[in-house]
Write a protein that binds this ligand. Structure first.
Ligand code: HPA
Length: 244
């Protein structure tokens, strides 16, 4: 079954025909909210709002382990994660939709593994953090519904909840990052650890600090506007993805 984790601006899926909501408890505590089960075009889908349905959980307090565990336990195999990001590359301006292919993790102090007391110690291969097959299906779905999606970007995951300084964005760019967000990690790692296929749709909601329209500060009041339009396009891509 397909699971969709909705980020900022996507606390529900308007095109999801909801059948039930379920509270799931996990060995790692509570997920961000009840899982919403339903169907899109007749295909079963489960949805979870990463920040809670009232958007009350900040990125560093999301219980990523509980979210992924709950989705897996309830039968999810594929995870499509919707995230909002700042564009570091100036061509990745507000409104662009990106399917990242790489991650650099700058987060700290988050519970970032299920492998705590394993003997012998367990490692996962994370050379390619996103599942290629899912990425390609997302890109094909975007194409099929006439939405331009950028194929590939390096996602820098920062700790937040504050935005970055201009110098930090310069550093991330030197590191090779194209977009920056606060929720991409440890979600991707945890999905890999429990063998869930995982890919992300990143919506650029602002130029990163010190770039483009954010040269003198990130215009936070504009983000909601950008999201409102972009979320409709993301829903269309998801619908095409499910229908394919
Ligand atoms: N930085 C980090 N996370 C973000 C940003 C940003 O500029 N925009 C949306 N999420």
């Amino acid at each position: 079954m397909l699971a969709i984790i909705g980020g900022t601006g996507l606390t529900q899926l308007a095109n999801l025909d909801v059948s039930r909501r379920q509270v799931v408890r996990t060995p790692y505590g509570e997920p961000s909210g009840p899982l919403t089960f339903g169907a899109i075009r007749g295909v079963p889908v489960v949805f979870l709002a990463r920040h809670g349905y009232g958007h009350t959980i900040p990125p560093h307090q999301v219980n990523y382990r509980a979210n992924l565990w709950a989705l897996k336990e309830q039968g999810a195999g594929d995870i499509v994660s919707v995230v909002s990001v700042g564009g570091i590359r100036t061509d990745l301006g507000p409104g662009r939709i990106v399917v990242p292919h790489q991650v650099i993790d700058y987060t700290c102090g988050r519970m970032n593994t299920f492998f705590e007391n394993e003997a012998p110690v367990k490692h996962i291969d994370f050379t390619e953090p996103y599942t290629d097959e899912l990425r390609n299906r997302l890109l094909a779905a975007a194409k099929a519904c006439g939405e331009a999606a950028v194929d590939g970007a390096v996602y820098a995951a920062t700790q937040g909840p504050r935005l970055e300084t201009a110098a930090e964005i310069d550093r991330l760019e030197r590191d090779g990052a194209d977009i920056v967000g606060m929720t991409g990690m440890p979600e991707a790692t945890l999905a890999r650890e429990i063998e869930l296929a995982y890919a992300a749709i990143a919506v650029v909601v602002n130029h990163a600090a010190g770039r483009g329209a954010s040269v003198r500060g990130v215009p936070l009041q504009r983000i909601e506007e950008v999201l409102k339009d972009a979320v409709g396009r993301v829903r269309k891509i998801i619908e095409a993805f499910v229908a394919a």
